[in-house]
Design a protein around this ligand. Structure first.
Ligand code: 7TS
Length: 403
């Protein structure tokens, strides 16, 4: 048995093998997660925190149990400082809208990096435009690692906020996040870490990291879509105004103003995605069963083999640093546009992503409009790497004839 056998989507005849190499966009789901979500809807579904009847109590226990599980998995400061959101994007927007509007003023600086996904850039741009604050983007080195000297230079501006990704989705760079957070804290900046590509692959310990905010998405870590997390320091959340107004998040509602519930409810207006939270808890159980060290080792090894194989073909440029990279392989094949490459690979049942990967500032710095990206997860194996290399070889042959 391999981890792959736990994922129903791969249960196909060998001649129709699905080679799924786009887990950085969204992962496949193991049977245990699918079953946990089904079981929740079959046996425990009701709205949470409201009903006094048995089913509502059961649903609330499942939802709050999921929160406790997430808190333990990522070393949250406090279970109540784990806010369920729709995903990383919503988590960043929550912080920009709520914390940002209260704490960022005209003339302030927000530091981001050239590696960011648009989700960890555009919310800060909107905030800065509204407030008359400025964005300072930290540059990368030639190899796609973060330029730490430039990071230090940016910090000398005494930014209000440093928003940085733990791992780059586009080229797989693993940032020295502990060091970056410590440096930012030294100048008094608040820190927001985009962990969308880290939480699925490495052991996270937010309290050891000392980040003020840490965000990630369930769907990239074996859980359903539409559930994500914002972990934060409870005292910061306590001091922040609400993001969305509505049911669940209030204490007393007057005719013209209201008082608000304590965290986490203050930031969870409306009916939450209970099924999603249950699925996320099951995904965490699955990942803990694999062991996060084993998960990372597995995908790094596949990434290494993929890079070796692609380089062996000649005429392939690999983006991102040689070491300090996760199981994301972003590449450019001479003479074949990434979109054509992805289409040819798809004909062989190989799913890769082609495009700017929602990281246009990074693409500009790499001097390309797009790359092809293969990303690995627990269910991939060496056969997938072979299929990728075979598909790229085929694409090169096709384009060598037609151009
Ligand atoms: N941050 C990073 C680093 C990401 O990789 C993504 C999604 C997001 C934020 C946004 O997450 P969401 O769940 O809120 O959408 N990354 C990708 C990707 O690489 N391809 O498709 C989505």
């Amino acid at each position: 048995m391999s981890w792959r056998d736990d994922f129903p989507v791969f249960d196909r005849p060998e001649n129709d093998r699905l080679v799924f190499l786009d887990s950085a966009a969204s992962s496949q789901k193991p049977r245990s997660v699918i079953d946990a979500v089904s079981k929740y809807y079959e046996e425990s579904n009701a709205n949470v925190h409201r009903g006094v009847y048995g089913l509502a109590v059961k649903a609330t226990e499942a939802y709050e149990g999921a929160r406790a599980k997430v808190a333990g998995f990522v070393g949250a400061y406090d279970k109540n400082a784990v806010i369920f959101t729709r995903g990383t994007t919503e988590s960043a927007n929550l912080v920009a809208f709520s914390w940002g509007r209260q704490n960022v003023a005209s003339g302030d600086v927000v530091v981001v990096t050239a590696l960011e996904h648009h989700s960890n850039l555009v919310p800060w741009q909107i905030l800065c435009e509204e407030k008359g604050a400025t964005i300072r983007m930290v540059e990368i080195n030639e190899d796609g690692s973060l330029d730490l000297q430039d990071f230090a230079k940016a910090l000398s501006l005494n930014p209000r906020l440093v928003a940085v990704s733990h791992i780059s989705n586009a080229i797989g760079t693993v940032n020295p996040i502990k060091r970056l957070v410590a440096m930012a804290r030294d100048v008094g900046a608040t820190t927001f870490v985009d962990g969308a590509q880290a939480a699925p692959h490495v052991q996270i310990d937010v309290s050891a990291l000392q980040a003020d905010f840490y965000a990630f998405s369930g769907h990239k870590m074996l859980a359903p879509m539409g559930i994500g997390v914002l972990v934060a320091r409870p005292e910061i959340l306590d001091a922040m105004p609400p993001f969305h107004g509505g049911g669940e998040m209030i204490k007393v509602v007057g005719d013209t103003s209201s008082t608000f519930a304590p965290i986490p409810s203050k930031f969870e207006a409306g009916t939450p995605n209970v099924g999603g939270a249950v699925g996320l808890a099951a995904a965490i159980d699955y990942l803990e069963g694999c062991g996060m060290e084993a998960v990372l080792k597995h995908e790094k090894e596949l990434g290494r083999l993929a890079i070796q194989g692609l380089q062996g073909l000649g005429g392939v440029k690999i983006f991102g640093p040689e070491s300090e990279r996760a199981g994301v392989v972003s590449f450019w094949v001479d003479g074949v546009h990434p979109h054509d490459l992805a289409t040819i690979l798809d004909e062989s049942g190989v799913a890769v992503r082609a495009g700017h990967h929602c990281a246009q500032p990074l693409m500009r710095r790499l001097g390309v409009s797009a790359t092809a990206r293969a990303s690995f997860y627990v269910y991939n194996d060496e056969k997938d790497v072979d299929a990728l290399i075979g598909g790229v070889r085929k694409a090169k042959e096709i384009f060598a004839i037609t151009v």
